[in-house]
Design a protein around this ligand. Structure first.
Ligand SMILES: C[S@@+](CC[C@H](N)C(=O)[O-])C[C@H]1O[C@@H](n2cnc3c(N)ncnc32)[C@H](O)[C@@H]1O
Length: 305
């Protein structure tokens, strides 16, 4: 096992990673993507080293990513759900978000996109359970933002058209949650982790309030979802969702982490917003795809420099 000092995220916010254990690290100009279990990947990082994490965890057994990748590779015609017990799933998340708490700086943010899941014909209130799991391990709940998708993928609401009677109401599902959690600050009156940033730095990171009086000042964000033909991942979130989180909760050159990065939408948004990034995912297919997209953006940015 390499000495931890070799893989520390330095105070200066530069990312220095050497060959990690049980995970492979792929470097890009402004970040690194770990291929492997995010628990093992996070174990390579120092305590209190990052300011913002944004992710969308696997939604219980909604998608079997191994089989989805086999389908992408043409090895399977379709993928099947994998049965995982809810307790096992809870423990999986708790272990990983506890490790995330360790590597987050006091006052740092953990933003999570999550939605209820359908299981055996019922809707599981996953987001609400998730908040209590996070609180039980020490994350402080701060905000609940609703991501509203202007396009509904399902036809649930059609049931009432066929049976226009009480008890047949199944609204189309057009929303997901974006929960903001924070690690306890070092001092109670310094809850904004960025209180110490210089005037110049604040000016360099001034948020453009042009659109702010519209929907952005409210906790319902209307953002178009990613269409299947736009991304190989079965549940990629829009880059715009990640961009807003990054703009509101980090400064330029800070490190943004996505522990379940999939097709790398968070990393792409980080790159576009002038942040550094660390991504993690178990599927090589997604990692390769994400790195390719990031390389293209880096190329474009070089041309405009
Ligand atoms: C909901 S998806 C994230 C999609 C991503 N937000 C995007 O826009 O593409 C969850 C991801 O978690 C990954 N995953 C599952 N178990 C993991 C683990 N133990 N460590 C890291 N990633 C994992 C899956 O491969 C999947 O890509």
């Amino acid at each position: 096992m390499p000495a931890l000092s070799q893989v520390r995220v330095e105070k200066k916010e530069t990312i220095q990673i050497v060959q990690a254990v049980e995970v492979k690290a792929f470097k890009s100009k402004n970040g690194v993507f770990f291929l492997g279990d995010c628990l093992k990947a996070m174990q390579q990082l120092a305590d209190d080293s990052i300011t913002l994490a944004f992710t969308s965890p696997p939604y219980h057994n909604a998608i079997n990513y191994e089989e989805h990748v086999e389908k992408l590779q043409g090895k399977k015609a379709r993928w099947e759900r994998k049965e995982v017990s809810y307790t096992e799933y809870r423990d999986f998340l708790i272990d990983r978000f506890r490790e995330l708490l360790r590597i987050t700086k006091p006052g740092g943010y953990n933003v999570v996109n999550i939605a209820p899941v359908g299981w055996n014909g019922t809707r599981v209130a996953l987001p609400f359970h998730f908040v209590s799991w996070m609180e039980s391990i020490g994350w402080k709940f701060c905000e609940d933002i609703i991501w509203e998708k202007p396009i509904a993928k399902d036809r649930r609401s059609g049931v009432l058209l066929q049976h226009p009677y009480p008890g047949y109401y199944y609204p189309s599902l057009v929303s997901e949650y974006v929960f903001v959690f924070q690690k306890a600050a070092e001092k109670e009156n310094k809850e904004n982790i960025y209180w110490h940033r210089s005037k110049e730095e604040k000016e360099r990171n001034r948020i453009d309030l042009k659109d702010y009086q519209g929907e952005m000042s409210k906790n319902v964000w209307k953002i178009r979802p990613v269409a299947p033909q736009e991304n190989i991942h079965p549940c990629a979130f829009p880059v715009e969702l990640a961009s807003r989180v990054i703009k509101f909760y980090s400064y330029k050159d800070d490190i943004v982490v996505d522990i379940f990065a999939g097709s790398g939408q968070t990393l792409l948004a980080a790159e576009m917003q002038g942040r550094k990034f660390i991504g993690m995912d178990t599927q090589k297919e997604y990692v390769d795809y994400a790195l390719e997209k990031i390389k293209n953006i880096e190329g474009q940015q070089k041309l405009t420099d």
